[in-house]
Design a protein around this ligand. Structure first.
Ligand code: SF4
Length: 596
């Protein structure tokens, strides 16, 4: 179902906060009052509720937390509706707000025109989650603003993959605290921290009053309710950090952040079962679960009708996709696409699962929705490239011939410590098979340098593998240890920072060297370019008029050609043919030939 924008009338000043706004709309004073004496901490078996009397007027500041050790948010809402006659899972004397009619699971409007502002950090999955959040907020009667100063709610959608990503968010939260103090208002905006960092740190983010709402990636449906609770009763903050075994938001049609963007994103699965020893993702995003194929096909159709020209399918282990929504595909394995594993030398840390409709079947179906729409996917795992998937990519013109194949390290002993489930040799065999079946395939990868106990020889193994594969693109990072991971429990993060930096510089230099040589061989070739910018640029005396992406994902700049009338008619979203004239390790520059 498409999202309906059902906003309530704009009845409030934007300077007013949500608490004041809700009060005026509902005609209620929702501040909780109770007669508890001085500072008290109430231990709850099911929710964490801290009660602190702060003034002589008995104002109470409380905190409410939902995590996987407590009943769900839905249980809480149900209990709210049942009141004292229900089978209470939460102590009503502590947790039931005074009559709060908008705390219902119905489609009742909650925001009534209040405004929210979003800042997104981290990966593309966060961008797509933000589009889901957009849909939820708009359907709850909020309006999005691009100006933080007029926002009643400020969201930070966060990343936890590296320490530096979290440091950035802490800095931003401190700035927002300062910003709220400077407003000197009784009604400052509500601050919400969402995403992986919220899931990882849970209530730690509520300490120090840096945020009012904390919500992990599986709790976004509850956000309008969490805001209501934080704005009224739970002034020490509200958190929903429950991980779900089945939440995929499949019934929510995301509302795109930039409607003019020629590219769109579809999350097809969430979570990861791989437990690579360095990775925090399984702890912040939970276990693997996939959306039904039909809902993804519908979203493809919707994006095609919106004029989107390129779609990227998203998932933490995107090619491990397995739709088990229809039992006939799950139970009768003859109707399924097998285990979905790559040929030889790849294994899973968990028991490989048979049955279900696999990634190859999904790609087959969605590539037929609009043959002019390009399709990419990220981020895959090398273990999930069965031969039939490679053949399908080779056959369908709109499946881009660019494959991300994250290896992380070229050393077998490091791969073993990382628990990646393959060897260097198995990976190289897969690369060879890919290049045989898809002759012009572009291959990119991820590398982590300086992983626990990495020796100089192990590092050199990575350098030699990079030279052997000759990647078209690479994402390279120095290792950053994360708490809770297998590596944190088992290994020492004992490679000196200076050594990590030097090794990182070496692999970056190796990549640029091989990519520059490889790209030079493209001079004179013809590329199909999807134009995503019509901004004229001039760099080192070279004037370009347009830019876009090739099938392989390279940025390509199109030279300004005054003599070519057709060039001036090219618009964003057009597909053109262009001939490569110059290259660097990161981009191509060429001459317009024609539109397609
Ligand atoms: S496959 Fe990717 S997301 Fe999953 S644990 Fe490994 S690195 Fe993390």
């Amino acid at each position: 179902m498409l999202p309906t924008r059902r906003l309530g009338p704009q009845l409030h000043s934007n300077k007013k906060n949500l608490h004041g706004f809700i009060k005026s709309k509902m005609g209620l004073d929702l501040k909780v009052r109770c007669g508890m004496a001085s500072t008290t901490t109430v231990a709850q078996p099911t929710t964490t509720t801290t009660t602190t009397t702060t003034t002589q007027q008995d104002k109470v500041k409380r905190r409410l937390v939902f995590d996987n050790r407590t009943p769900s948010f839905q249980d809480f809402l149900m209990q709210q509706q049942l009141g004292s006659t229900g089978t209470a899972t939460v102590d009503p004397s502590q947790s039931r707000p005074d009559q709060v009619p908008y705390l219902s699971t119905s489609s009742q409007l909650l925001g009534q025109g209040a405004k929210y502002f979003i800042e997104v950090y981290g990966c593309q999955m966060n961008v797509n989650d933000t589009e889901i959040l957009n849909s939820i907020m708009l359907n709850s009667g909020y309006e999005r603003t691009l100006n933080m100063e007029e926002a009643n709610v400020v969201f930070l959608v966060t990343c936890a993959i590296r320490e530096s990503a979290e440091t950035r968010i802490w800095e931003r939260l401190k700035y927002l605290r300062h910003y709220r103090t400077k407003l000197n208002s009784e009604t400052p905006p509500v601050i919400g921290v969402l995403g992986c960092m919220a899931e990882r740190l849970k209530t730690k983010i509520l300490d120090g009053r840096l945020a009012d709402v904390v919500c992990g990636p599986d709790g976004y449906r509850s956000i309008p309710h969490l805001i209501s609770l934080a704005s009224t009763e739970y002034q020490n903050g509200v958190a929903n950090v429950m991980l779900s075994a089945d939440e995929t938001y499949t019934d929510i049609m995301p509302v795109r952040l930039d409607k003019n963007d020629v590219s769109g994103w579809i999350s097809i699965m969430r979570g990861c079962n791989n437990m690579c020893s360095f990775c925090i993702v399984p702890f912040t995003r939970g276990i693997e679960r996939s959306r039904p194929i039909d809902s993804i096909v519908n979203e493809m159709r919707y994006l095609s009708e919106q004029g989107v020209k390129e779609v990227t399918l998203l998932g933490q282990n995107v090619n491990s996709y397995r739709d088990t929504s229809e039992s006939k595909y799950y139970v009768n394995q003859e109707n399924s696409s097998g285990s979905g594993l790559s040929n030889d030398g790849f294994k899973t840390i968990y028991k490989a699962k048979d049955g279900g409709r696999r990634f190859t079947e999904l790609l087959d179906k969605i590539s037929l929705v609009d043959p002019n729409m390009r399709i990419r996917f990220t981020s895959p795992h090398p273990k999930n490239f069965p031969t039939e998937l490679l053949h399908l990519i080779a056959e369908r013109p709109n499946l881009c011939k660019s494959i991300h194949l994250p290896i992380q390290s070229g050393s077998n002993t490091v791969l073993e410590r990382m628990r990646r489930g393959y060897t260097r040799e198995a990976y190289l065999r897969l690369v060879e098979e890919m290049r045989r079946i898809i002759p012009n395939v572009w291959i990119s990868s991820d590398f982590i340098t300086g992983f626990c106990e990495e020796t100089e020889q192990e590092h050199q193994d990575t350098v030699s593998l990079m030279k052997q594969v000759q990647y078209d693109m690479a994402f390279m990072f120095a290792y950053s240890m994360r708490e809770k991971t297998h590596a944190h429990r088992r290994y020492q993060d004992n490679v000196e920072d200076s050594v990590k930096s030097r090794r990182l510089a070496e692999i970056i230099a190796t990549f640029h060297e091989t990519a520059a040589t490889k790209n030079k061989s493209l001079v004179g070739t013809e590329q199909m370019v999807l134009i995503d910018s019509t901004t004229s640029k001039s760099k080192r005396g070279v004037a370009t008029r347009l830019s876009g992406r090739t099938d392989g994902g390279h940025k390509m700049f199109i030279l300004d050609q005054d003599d070519n009338d057709a060039l001036s008619k090219v618009a964003k979203g057009d597909m053109i043919r262009a001939q490569v004239e110059k290259t660097t390790s990161a981009s191509l520059t060429g001459r317009f030939i024609s539109t397609v």
